[in-house]
Design a protein around this ligand. Structure first.
Ligand code: UD1
Length: 434
């Protein structure tokens, strides 16, 4: 058994990484045998995106602030890698925890794994299957170099197994967003949002994805679409989106829209309160889709794909695609004819993830199993991970196909026969080797 306390470094740097690691950091801080070290990379650095956002959240102390800030993907990634490596080299933790799909996530994972430190990826296995998204690239990179995978849902766990990850390294951890939404529910009940700042509203909008806001035509179409919604909209605006509205000369269009009010980004609790009291949410954020179904507020996602298909299957999230007419039509339908399916959707995610993640990591560490995978090739056997996933006993599990009908509705389709045929065909080459 390993002696002393286990040192865990958390590497985070954007708003969602802080809220989604909230319960994990608190569980680590509360554990007698864990020393958490928290490294904020400074990827999000504006006052509204960092300090103000943390107000009222009961978080453990942050030990490092790396001040990396923005830049092109390459520049930002390079700077992050240099700065994170310095800290990890001096701290020498037993494990590094990263979350999700940001540039901070992949650089934390890369710096650690090259230093021989096992990486635990929280929110592992999420896939939008859209390689045009920087976040999808980041998800794949993080999962390619992590050692322990904490999947937030069964679908995410199956994605990992299907890609060949070993079953003893994939854990169905639950979703950490449930933890923070539930833990702060009571506080939100007594909160009143500033009526001067917020005013009356029906719809909350958040848009910040590169594919939506870095393209002038797309951003203009989205704003035009929002203008045609028959309800009052409040839009806490991300700095990337604000900069692009200015750059593309679209601010006049926004300001002349009588139903559209831009406000600065809010702190987390106020933002949750804002969502909770809305009739509907329009977003391109992954985290907001999850929060919407957890809060029971209908959500429209202004994207073609989602890494959270469970929210669509649960009935609470409508995938509008990149056609802003579809977004507007659906929003007006919901406002004018409240949709029972969207309103009555049930949260598909489990909570208690923070405690579970720390418990699993400490148990692995106690048993000296918190290691970087290293297969043995002795005896001339070369490990072919794809053989494992073709194992008959698990075949049925992998036969789930994720389908969207182009109208924003999704379903799971199982076709065991097709899957088995594919498996049989793929199995042939192995016969020669045996
Ligand atoms: C990042 C994540 C994204 C996540 C989002 C949450 C990557 C590739 N993307 O996107 O997955 O959903 O955070 O918000 O890591 N900026 C400021 N002040 C800030 C932060 C950003 O002005 O405090 C501006 C800068 O001009 C910067 C741009 O916003 O160039 C984008 O910031 P960046 O952190 O690179 O990506 P996000 O769009 O926030």
């Amino acid at each position: 058994m390993t002696q002393g306390k286990m040192k865990i470094c958390f590497v985070l740097g954007t708003r969602p990484e802080i809220t989604k690691l909230y319960s994990v950091m608190n569980a680590a801080a509360a554990h007698n045998n864990v020393t958490p070290i928290i490294i904020h990379t400074g990827q999000h650095y504006d006052y509204e995106m960092s300090q103000v956002f943390l107000e009222e959240l009961d978080l453990p102390e942050f030990h490092y602030f790396l001040n990396v800030k923005s830049g092109s993907h390459g520049t930002q990634t390079a700077k992050l890698l240099i700065e994170i490596e310095k800290v990890l080299s001096s701290e020498q933790p037993d494990c590094v925890i990263v979350l999700g799909d940001t540039n901070t996530t992949i650089t934390g994972a890369l710096a650690a794994s090259k230093l021989g430190i096992p990486v635990a990826h929280v929110e592992a296995g999420c896939r939008s299957f859209d390689m045009a998204m920087p976040e999808e690239i980041n998800r794949l990179v993080a999962d390619a170099i992590s050692s322990i995978f904490f999947a937030p849902s069964k679908v995410a766990a199956l994605n990992l197994l299907y890609e060949g990850r070993s079953q003893d390294r994939v854990f169905l951890a639950g979703n950490t967003v449930v933890d923070i939404v539930e833990e702060t529910r009571e506080i939100r009940k007594s909160m009143i949002l500033d009526p001067e700042q917020i005013g009356e509203y029906d719809v909350v909008v958040t848009l910040h994805r590169q594919e939506n806001v870095d393209d002038k035509t797309r951003l203009r179409n989205l704003i035009e679409g929002l203008r045609r919604i028959e309800g009052k909209i409040i839009f806490p605006i991300h700095p990337r989106t604000r900069k692009n509205l200015d750059k593309f000369g679209l601010m006049d269009l926004v300001n002349s829209s009588s139903n559209l009010k831009l406000i600065k980004p809010l702190n987390f609790l106020s933002f949750m309160k804002l969502l909770e009291d809305a009739r509907m949410i329009i977003t391109d954020s992954g985290g907001v889709q999850e929060e919407a179904v957890m809060l029971g507020v209908p959500c429209i996602t202004a994207r073609d794909t989602t890494e959270w298909p469970e929210t669509v299957w649960a009935g609470g999230n409508f995938l509008a695609g990149l056609d802003s007419d579809s977004m507007t039509e659906r929003a007006n339908e919901i406002i004018n004819f409240p949709d029972e399916e969207l309103d009555s959707s049930v949260n598909p995610f489990e909570g208690n993830a923070g405690t579970r993640i720390i418990q699993i990591l400490t148990e692995l560490w106690n048993k000296n199993k918190l290691t970087i995978p290293k297969p043995s090739m002795s005896g001339g056997k070369y490990p072919l991970p794809w053989l494992r996933k073709l194992d008959d006993s698990t075949t049925d599990e992998y036969s789930t196909t994720l389908l969207f009908d182009g109208q924003g509705r999704g379903q799971v389709e199982s076709d065991n026969q097709t899957e088995k045929k594919v498996v049989r065909r793929l199995k042939d080459p192995t016969e020669n080797e045996e």
